[in-house]
Ligand binder design. Structure first.
Ligand code: G3P
Length: 221
């Protein structure tokens, strides 16, 4: 399973990249705003900065336009920034039409704000490179986000769709592990969820014991 980090924070992207397990980055307008990035030129430069840190991984850059012509114009500008840019398009009627256009013209897409299997099926039929079901936001409204990943996996496997399931709105390590069991192609979440995979109390106590035994043995020599 590929690990993407869901942030526009360059320090966190660098930290994940340094760990050697980063396969890509997803952003959205809220995450860009959180970093104080605004204005077309600054936003575009920020995407290039992210691509340069990640080097070989896909970087999702979301369009703001919601009409077909606007999405195409913005998406083509974003795609021209760097070969690793994936144009992130919302799951709306004009978005689906735009995904078909981008797919026919060799531009990678990520269909975002997906909350049902029917939406995911439509995104695949339009030729989306990635589909982003929001696991955590479904859990937030007492609906099983992980179950949606299972449903989409089954449907995509039934028809051998190439669209990759990018489990988004992942919040914690259990989401990551459940997505891996189901066979999501990618997960995107915060650095904290990735780092939490490191943790186990028996690892900490075991290491402390190994080091203490080594120190005792060294002092006895
Ligand atoms: O990738 C989608 C993501 O940014 C949404 O995450 O935690 O705001 O629901 P969250």
């Amino acid at each position: 399973m590929k690990f993407f980090i869901d942030t526009a924070n360059l320090d966190q992207i660098r930290e994940a990249q340094d760990l050697g397990v980063l396969d890509g980055v997803t952003t959205n307008p809220s995450l860009m705003a959180k970093e104080g990035i605004s204005g077309v030129d600054r936003v575009l430069k920020h995407y290039v900065d992210i691509c340069e840190i990640v080097k070989n991984g896909d970087v999702s850059a979301e369009v703001i336009a919601t009409d077909y012509a606007g999405i195409i114009k913005e998406g083509e500008n974003l795609a021209a920034l760097h070969p690793n840019i994936v144009v992130k398009v919302p799951m709306i009627k004009d978005g689906i039409k735009a995904i078909r256009y981008f797919s026919d013209n060799g531009i990678k897409t990520n269909c975002t704000l997906v909350f049902s299997a029917g939406q995911a099926l439509l995104a695949a039929k339009a030729g989306a490179t990635y589909v982003s079901p929001f696991v955590g936001r479904l859990d937030d409204i007492s609906t099983d986000g992980i179950q949606l990943i299972e449903q989409i996996r089954l449907i995509y496997d039934n028809y051998a769709y190439d669209t990759q399931i990018l489990a988004a709105s992942v919040r914690h390590p259990m989401h990551i592990m459940k997505c891996a069991e189901i066979g999501a192609d990618v997960m995107t979440g915060p650095l904290s969820a990735i780092m939490a995979l490191l943790k186990h109390p028996l690892t900490d106590s075991g290491l402390a014991q190994f080091l203490a035994d080594h120190k005792k043995a060294s002092e006895q020599q």
